[in-house]
Write a protein that binds this ligand. Structure first.
Ligand code: CP
Length: 310
């Protein structure tokens, strides 16, 4: 069995294909715990996890907390709006003060790309990236791959279309890193104002001129949210126009393969990137992604702690 030798998980770019396979396979095993009446095992008893989220989150923060609790770790949540960050304390000082309380893992979300690499040089405990700016969101990338593997039994050879605000999407970057290592073909589409210059260098991807080209015969269609909080200025004429050219609806969904998997990392802007018909339709696996998020985060916590069962 391959070993997981990393202290931190900051980006799927840093992991090998074998390490990604190990995390996915551990998550598959963790699902057994989540299906029990008593959803708790003693694996991380005595470990302390701090969830430090400088940006809003529903899915990631809750599922990291549940994941830690299901493995019997002690979990603490810090919200910067009610912490001393509001008094001007720097990230490094906050981290060093938290480290003095001897946590084993800090799970952090931060608006600045690369902030986790900075932090990992300052502290000795493990760092897990729960999303940094427009850089990476590795737990989302892993849960997306697990959801695709559940449906197809493999990732190799899949055509995956990623559509929307590619420039500002850390989900897109983690999906590209993970999926291309696992042998999927990734096709990107979005308005030119939301496609980064040199997008073809994000990985082994095909940048498409239209949404139609990206989703034609796709096995998976991954829709992205428009990240208005990161755009700084309006990058589209209006949402109706955006939806017309880059929204997924009952008509254009037929371009993908029959039964194609429809995914979205959430939160969704219903009626903008996807119609409600598609969000709530049979092909949508959006809530399955959320369910898989708990198992994936259990696997990440387990492996950065050395991967030893009590
Ligand atoms: N997908 C995702 O990161 O969702 P949250 O922002 O709610 O955590």
């Amino acid at each position: 069995m391959p070993e997981f030798k990393h202290k931190d998980i900051i980006a799927l770019r840093d992991l090998s294909k074998e390490e990604i396979e190990l995390l996915i396979s551990t998550a598959e095993n963790m699902r057994e715990v989540n299906s029990r009446d008593i959803k708790k095992v003693p694996t991380l008893r005595g470990k302390t996890i701090i969830n430090l989220f400088y940006e809003a989150s529903t899915r990631t923060r809750t599922s990291f907390e549940i994941a830690g609790k299901r493995l019997s770790a002690d979990t603490v949540n810090i919200t910067p709006s009610s912490s001393s960050a509001t008094k001007g304390e720097t990230l490094a000082d906050t981290a060093l003060n938290l480290l003095a309380m001897k946590p084993d893992i800090i799970v952090m979300r931060h608006a600045v790309s690369g902030s986790h690499y900075f932090l990992s040089k300052k502290v000795s405990c493990s760092i897990i990236n729960a999303g940094d700016g427009a850089h990476e969101h590795p737990s989302q990338g892993l849960l997306d791959m697990l959801t695709m593997k559940d449906k197809f039994g493999r990732l190799d050879g899949l055509k995956v279309a990623i559509v929307g605000d590619i420039t500002h999407s850390r989900v897109a970057r983690s999906d590209i890193q993970g999926l291309t290592k696992m042998g999927s073909s990734v096709y990107l589409a979005g308005p030119p104002t939301m496609m980064p210059p040199g997008a073809e260098r994000l990985g082994n991807v095909t940048v498409c001129a239209s949404m139609k080209e990206a989703i034609q015969d796709a096995d998976v269609v991954m829709m992205l949210r428009i990240q208005q909080e990161r755009q700084g200025k309006t990058l589209m004429p209006n949402t109706r126009e955006y939806s017309r050219y880059f929204g997924l609806n009952p008509q254009n969904i037929k371009l993908a393969k029959p039964g194609a998997l429809i995914m979205h990392p959430g939160p969704i802007n219903r009626g903008v990137e996807m119609s409600s018909y598609v969000v709530d339709g049979d092909q949508s696996h959006i809530l399955k992604q959320v369910e898989n998020g708990v198992a994936v985060r259990m696997a990440m916590l387990y492996h950065v702690c050395g991967g030893e069962m009590e």
